[in-house]
Design a protein around this ligand. Structure first.
Ligand code: AMP
Length: 509
């Protein structure tokens, strides 16, 4: 299947060809015809599946098919997204996919002066990409007219609800023409999302592509057990030892991100932190330096990392495990994207074993654990409560923590720079070679059976397509036998390991 076979105009095919896209991803293959047909769409797809082109390309085509009016015109497409980074990236995609068309676009988000946006809004804007809060600021100042919106896109709708945007979304909905096309993208389908979808979508086409937490075939996941106070040294050791040149590191708190970036920097590993307290300028600079390869390490909190699109990112490190298993899935989804292989490493101390068990339960597989020579840990050390920044201590349990969990967050600014989105540098990374002594202490939490991937949404079942076109089968037996139980922890040899699927035969090419 090619892009032109999907019925896309030559101008669009040319643009994506120049970006190196030759074959539509599954979300594109299914989503483009559905959007072109003009109906509503509910798509289960997360970042990394190619979903942006899945809605931007057919939207551009529909806009092109009606002659663009002279003069200012009205906004015809509104794309709502949860974070400033995602807003900037989506609009950048609109511009690069639409570079041979006359369609115009603008991005607006908070955290920066509204005046340049007001100025830009006076010119013709066909596609507006916005975070909900800043859009409502424009509504309040009467600097935006939404009465001509023909298509509404809610991108990462689950994130928008997580971040407390539901009221803002409802306010925006009330300002749109009743008759319009609605496209909703979400990585998860909670009752809240279903309720939102029920209220907005009319007879939608349903599409779901494999979630990375269900498959993650291309991501090699590994746990390094380590003592709490040895984490930084271990991270620096791994980066130096294996010459990692582009590592995205996650911390639990903004303060922790700052401190770690500073310490790594002092050790000669170029690092910057990216989180909600940083100015938009600092965030944009850090991201572009990281993408271009001048910055070795980007230390991020979960919310800040949302929407970061760096293709073929070779390494993601969980310096601290997240409290919410879904965040682990989102974090590791930053690597092994768009069909390339990646490595997700978690540095886990005794305090985090419960979090690890929650994660393994969520992804339905155990993550191989080892220790690195010289960094032996004491599995019998007394666990300490996990501190979560402004939420205070929370004993190794679950629950969302204090990073913009409610209300407006992550909204930034103005038109963004142009550029090729495919700037990742995901090659030639050495694999660490830790040894397999240690592992988890006796009494390892239960819950991580050797089950293979299964779809999380109830929308569809059966085989699932990967972004690279691979199809992933649901759990099955191997040669008629049930997949063998996994090896005992502590007795196995290093599995450099593409995890999952192998034992249960769940991976198909
Ligand atoms: P998205 O899920 O929209 O954030 O896209 C994830 C990444 O995949 C981005 O870096 C896109 O540039 C890239 N991408 C999207 N569609 C394709 C395609 N058909 N072929 C190759 N790469 C793609």
């Amino acid at each position: 299947m090619s892009f032109s076979a999907l019925g896309l105009a030559d101008e669009l095919v040319r643009a994506v060809t120049e970006l190196g896209y030759t074959i539509p991803t599954p979300i594109q293959e299914q989503g483009i015809p559905a959007v072109l047909a003009g109906g509503d769409l509910m798509a289960g797809a997360q970042t990394g599946t190619g979903k942006t082109a899945g809605f931007v390309l057919p939207i551009l085509q529909r806009l092109m098919s009606v002659p663009i009016p002279e003069g200012r015109g009205k906004i015809r497409v509104l794309v709502l997204v949860p974070t400033r980074e995602l807003a900037a990236q989506v609009e950048e995609s609109v511009r690069s996919y639409g570079k041979y068309t006359k369609v115009t676009s603008l991005v607006v988000f908070g955290g920066v002066s509204i005046n340049p946006q007001i100025h830009a809004m006076r010119k013709r804007v066909d596609i507006l990409v916005a975070t909900p809060g800043r859009l409502l600021d424009h509504v309040g100042q009467k600097t935006v007219d939404l009465s001509g919106v023909e298509t509404l896109v809610l991108d990462e709708a689950d994130r928008m609800l997580d971040m407390g945007f539901i009221r803002d979304i409802r306010k925006v909905l009330a300002l749109l023409p009743k008759k319009r096309q609605n496209l909703l993208f979400s990585a998860t389908f909670s009752d809240e999302i279903k309720e939102l979808a029920d209220g907005i979508l009319s007879n939608p086409a349903l599409i779901e592509v494999a979630r990375r937490n269900a498959t993650a075939e291309l991501i090699s996941q590994k746990v390094y057990n380590v003592d709490r106070d040895q984490k930084r040294q271990l991270l620096a050791h791994l980066i130096k030892e294996h010459s990692w040149h582009q590592v995205l590191v996650f911390t639990r708190t903004k303060h922790g991100a700052n401190r770690l970036a500073e310490q790594l920097d002092k050790e000669g590993i170029t690092s910057m932190a990216i989180h909600g307290n940083k100015s938009q300028g600092a965030r944009t600079r850090a991201l572009s330096e990281f993408k271009s390869g001048t910055l070795q390490v980007l230390v991020a909190t979960d919310i800040a990392a949302r929407g970061i699109d760096i293709s073929e990112l070779p390494h993601v490190v969980n310096y601290e495990l997240p409290n919410v298993p879904e965040d682990y899935v989102h974090r590791i989804g930053r690597t092994g994207r768009a069909g390339s292989e990646g490595e997700a490493i978690s540095l886990v101390c005794v305090d985090e074993l419960r979090l690890l068990a929650d994660i393994e339960r969520k992804i339905k597989r155990e993550i191989p654990a080892e220790t690195v020579p010289g960094f032996d840990w004491d599995p019998k050390a007394k666990p300490e409560p996990i501190l979560n920044g402004r939420n205070g201590p929370r004993p190794g349990g679950s629950g969302r923590q204090g990073q913009g969990g409610g209300g407006r967050q992550g909204q930034g600014a103005g038109r963004t720079g142009q550029g090729d989105r495919k700037q990742g540098q995901g090659h030639g990374a050495a694999k660490p070679q830790g040894q397999n002594h240690g592992g988890r202490p006796a009494g390892k939490p239960a819950g991580a059976k050797p089950a293979a991937a299964r779809p999380v949404s109830s929308m569809q079942s059966g085989n699932k397509a990967e972004p690279n076109g691979n199809v992933v089968a649901p759990p099955r037996e191997v040669n008629g036998n049930v997949a063998p139980p996994r090896q005992q922890r502590g007795s196995r040899t290093a599995v450099p390991a593409l995890l999952g699927g192998h034992r249960s035969g769940g991976r198909h090419q």
